[in-house]
Design a protein around this ligand. Structure first.
Ligand code: NAD
Length: 327
């Protein structure tokens, strides 16, 4: 499916296109479409790819908070806009809580306001997060929002900002008839995840034989989704008009394991002798998070395919090459 993406010869704008998810989408979409990446290069996964050599791809360095640059990059031929630019990852968010709220709320506002001028727009994708389901999220579907997030704890400022983004997207859909789709990704991992995240941290430590540091006691449960499956889900929302106005969980409930089991599996596959260590966090943790993805299956026939072992093998292989470590 990823290789058989059905939209060709169109113009796309991907904000945050230099990041993990945005660059993975750009790689597929730019094979047969023009892609403008709009990114302030706060993170830059593009430097690990040959994407910058692709003549179908143009990079605009800009900040989604800078409305005039953003407006100028809105080429009237753009038909598909994917908004990935955000401040994400618990550690980054805790270090930059004000920036997080600013970029993830005002950035979304700017995007929708500027995109309102695009007369040929067929889709505008907003990236939310599974964090909005809070501390305990067992088989949650899109309607299961039982808010346990609170502004009292800075950890939740990310979830609150993303929920605000969803409200902006929803309001523009209802009041301005904009063709929005909201995606709630659940723990995505894979090659090119240059930022933060447990898989990134554990793999980079494992291949360097450094201690693998688990937050708290490692009994937290997560469902891990390989990047190709997330990309497949997003492409389906671009191809299918039924997706307009919808919110989708995109994740892989079959890849559910504890953080300790994840660390063990990474050690085993990378043949690492790293020790596993634990550290207490001073912020609330998510105990359990497993998505229900029936809505994406029923409307889009979305089915994740890559199991945990295969996803980790591919990921570890990539990190080994990039770190120059070969066994
Ligand atoms: N990776 C996951 O597991 C996951 C899970 C849930 C939600 N998400 C959401 O998916 C989207 C993409 O996440 P990702 O994992 O690729 O993160 P990422 O950090 O790799 O990518 C985000 C990109 O946004 C850019 N950016 C940040 N602030 C910007 C600004 N002010 N102006 C322009 N560009 C800016 C960064 O430079 C980066 O390239 C985000 O909205 C994130 O919240 C990701």
């Amino acid at each position: 499916m990823i290789n058989g993406f059905g939209i060709t010869g169109k113009k796309f704008l991907i904000t945050g296109g230099a990041g993990f998810i945005g660059s993975s989408l750009a790689r597929i979409i730019s094979k047969n479409n023009e892609v403008i990446i709009f990114d302030n290069l706060h993170n830059n996964a593009l430097k690990n790819t040959s994407l910058t050599d692709n003549p179908n791809l143009r990079i605009v360095t800009g900040n989604v908070l800078d409305y005039s640059t953003l407006e100028k990059s809105m080429d009237p031929d753009i038909e598909y806009l994917i908004h990935c630019a955000a401040i994400a990852g618990v550690d980054t968010v805790l270090k930059n809580p004000i920036l997080t709220l600013n970029v993830n709320i005002n950035g979304v506002f700017n995007i929708f306001k500027a995109a309102g001028k695009l007369t040929r727009l067929k889709r505008i994708i907003d990236f939310s997060t599974s964090e909005i389901y809070g501390k305990h999220a067992e088989n949650v579907d899109e309607k299961a929002l039982n808010l346990s997030i609170s502004p009292e704890e800075l950890r939740w400022s990310y979830a609150i900002s993303k929920l605000s983004g969803e409200a902006i997207a929803r309001t523009y859909y209802i009041h301005e008839k904009m063709p929005t789709v909201t995606i709630r990704p659940f723990n995505i991992f894979g090659p090119n995840q240059i930022g933060v995240g447990a898989v990134h941290n554990f793999v980079t430590h494992a291949i360097k034989e450094l201690p693998i540091i688990i937050n708290n006691n490692g009994s937290q449960v997560r469902s891990w989704c390989y990047i190709d499956d997330l990309v497949k889900g997003v492409l389906l929302t671009l191809e299918n008009d039924i997706a307009v106005g919808q919110v989708y969980n995109i994740g892989n409930p079959d890849n559910t394991l504890t953080v300790y089991e994840l660390a063990r599996m990474i050690k085993l596959i990378s043949e690492s002798s790293s020790r596993i260590e634990y550290r207490e966090t001073n912020y609330p943790d998510v105990e359990l998070r497993i998505p229900k993805i029936d809505h994406a299956y029923e409307q889009l026939k979305f089915e994740p395919e890559i199991n945990m072992e295969e996803g980790l093998k591919r990921t570890i292989e990539w990190y080994k090459i990039k770190n120059g470590v070969f066994h």
